[in-house]
Ligand binder design. Structure first.
Ligand code: ZN
Length: 148
């Protein structure tokens, strides 16, 4: 079990996080995929930031729910993510781009992927979804090595 990760989430916080993701999903703008996603991120300050996916007719401009939540948090001064809940029809885990963005601010964060019935389809640490991830720490190490 991943007790070191779940320990940061008491039952009430977990319930609020999942509810925020579920509610955010209602705002998804998905005229092309018809695949609404709701996400909610818990930060070290105890705040929860939610987000939904927003699709654009020029598809490349589309943003996922997880990144919407992440950028809302960062734009409010948050830099330390503890957990994310993601709600989709089938409980899918975050896509590769979102894994990378989440890793930037929470390489140890806890991920909960739920379906719309509230069933957990996947749960665990982000580094299981993005093993050997590249983040700020690796970049700094590489820069130091280059200066030697
Ligand atoms: Zn994504």
């Amino acid at each position: 079990m991943k007790t070191q990760h779940t320990a940061t989430l008491d039952a009430d916080t977990r319930r609020r996080l999942v509810q925020a993701a579920t509610d955010a999903r209602q705002h998804a703008y998905v005229p092309y995929s018809h695949y609404p996603v709701g996400a909610a991120i818990l930060t070290a300050s105890g705040n929860i930031y939610d987000g939904c996916n927003v699709e654009i007719a020029s598809y490349g401009a589309t943003v996922c729910g997880e990144r919407t939540a992440a950028f809302k948090a960062v734009s409010e001064g948050e830099r330390d993510f503890l957990a994310v809940a993601v709600v989709t029809s089938n409980g899918a885990t975050p896509c590769g781009i979102c894994r990378q963005v989440l890793y930037e601010f929470g390489p140890q964060m806890h991920v909960i992927a739920l379906d719309t019935e509230g069933n957990v389809q996947w749960e665990g640490p982000l580094d299981e979804l993005l093993p050997h991830g590249f983040g700020p720490k690796k970049l700094a190490e590489g820069q130091e090595a280059a200066q030697e």
